[in-house]
Write a protein of this length. Structure first.
Length: 410
């Protein structure tokens, strides 16, 4: 038998999806599984966007331009203007989801052996794409004890070496739910300028900033040569399967390189772009109502977690995830056990082990990420399952007590 590549063997396993076979097996045995492991919302995709696909007049499905539909890119200029960004459609390249935008950013701006500074925990796919690109992640660990606050500018600067090429953040943050302020972004911007770095910012969740106002890094005129923004329609319009994202930059050299990769892969999805372009005609009330719904879900899931024995969590103010430190020995073992050995009222809950959201070995072993993408009534049943599971789990290991201005418990 031929030997597979070392690159394939060593590739990162998705902490979000790799437990899928266990969930399938649980369902085959008659268990109901509440999926809080993945950001796949149950909110309806806008009817207007779905109708645009259903009513498409194409008799064939052709390639689109490698950069994406020009009409869509031009309409996106107006969309970003709502957030204060002054763009040309030539500053935007449409990608196969945000994932491809991240990969294209890595390939276009960084060489193998270069370093990128990323505060952890971070979206797990960053691990995978840095590995594929041969890029080394240098982490600054934020802590649940301080609510996963963005590390200080001094901490970022202390990590810079001759190999440092970029800083990468997600705002609002997946998995922590933190929203970073204009002042925090500006402080990082000064470091980026001083050290001539790229500044990658994943802004996929920009609509979902609840108590704090979202500020786009695209608004910093003095950072135009440094900034690459990653975006997607997946979350804000509940269209994860459309696989349409965008890479945005004012730097022509970055865009020229990104376009080479865009041409290699031919084009982004045709009907995905039809749907995505139609979302830009959806009334603003759609997003406003969705935000209110997520606030309701967030408040409920946080209230339930905060009442559970030995559970530590902070109420997130963005995205639709909450990280919780729970009384377990190992998050991967616990999440698997939920699917293979536990049930409550013929149901169980699927979570994402947070160890996969760190690059530092050993971090996140007592943490899980929960996506509040289901309705409150469903989350209530899922929390009932989790509360019982934490009492029955054979590897229960109490968390340390923490006092932080009353924000966290235990």
């Amino acid at each position: 038998m031929p030997i597979i590549s070392r690159r394939g063997k060593d590739a990162y396993t998705s902490p979000i999806r790799h437990l899928g076979p266990y969930a399938d097996a649980a369902k085959a045995k008659g268990k109901h599984v509440y999926h809080l492991n993945i950001g796949n919302p149950d909110i309806n995709t806008p009817t207007l966007a779905l109708e645009a696909v259903r009513n498409a007049a194409e008799k064939i499905v052709p390639y689109s331009p490698s950069k994406g539909f020009t009409s869509y890119r031009k309409k996106l200029v107006g969309y970003y203007k709502k957030f204060g960004a002054d763009l040309s459609y030539e500053d935007i390249i449409i990608t196969n989801g945000a994932s491809e935008g991240i990969l294209f950013s890595m390939f276009s701006c960084l060489d193998a052996g270069d370093e990128v500074i990323i505060p952890e925990p971070f979206y797990a796919i960053y691990n995978a794409f840095c590995y594929v690109s041969g890029v080394k992640i240098v982490t600054i660990t934020s802590s649940i004890e301080n609510g996963y606050a963005l590390p200080s500018a001094k901490e970022f600067e202390a990590c810079i070496t001759p190999r440092t090429k970029a800083i990468f953040i997600c705002n609002p943050n997946n998995p922590t739910g933190c929203v970073y302020t204009k002042e925090e972004l500006a402080a990082l911007g000064e470091i980026v300028k001083k050290n001539d770095l790229f500044f990658f910012v994943d802004e996929v969740y920009r609509e979902f900033s609840y108590e704090d106002k979202f500020y786009s890094v695209l608004n910093f005129k003095d950072l135009e040569d440094h900034v690459v923004v990653i975006d997607s329609v997946s979350k804000r319009f509940s269209a994860c399967g459309a696989r349409v994202g965008a890479l945005v930059s004012k730097n022509p050299n970055i865009l020229e390189n990104v376009n080479k990769y865009a041409e290699f892969r031919l084009s982004p999805p045709h009907f995905g772009q039809v749907l995505a372009e139609a979302t830009l005609d959806v009334d603003e009330s759609y997003i406003n109502e969705v935000k209110l719904e997520y606030v309701k879900r967030r408040d409920y899931i946080y209230s339930r977690l905060a009442k559970m024995d030995d559970v530590i969590c902070k109420k997130p103010n963005g995205a639709f995830y909450i990280l919780a430190k729970i009384p377990i020995d190992d998050s991967v073992k616990f999440c698997k056990w939920l699917l293979t050995d536990f049930e409550y009222k013929k149901s169980t809950v699927m979570l994402a082990p947070a160890s996969g959201f760190y690059a530092t070995p050993g971090k996140g072993k007592q943490e899980v990420r929960l996506a509040y993408v289901l309705g409150v009534e469903t989350i209530e049943k899922a929390m009932d399952c989790l509360e019982v599971a934490l009492k029955e789990y054979p590897g229960r290991t109490p968390t340390e007590k923490v006092v932080t201005n009353g924000v966290l418990k235990h």
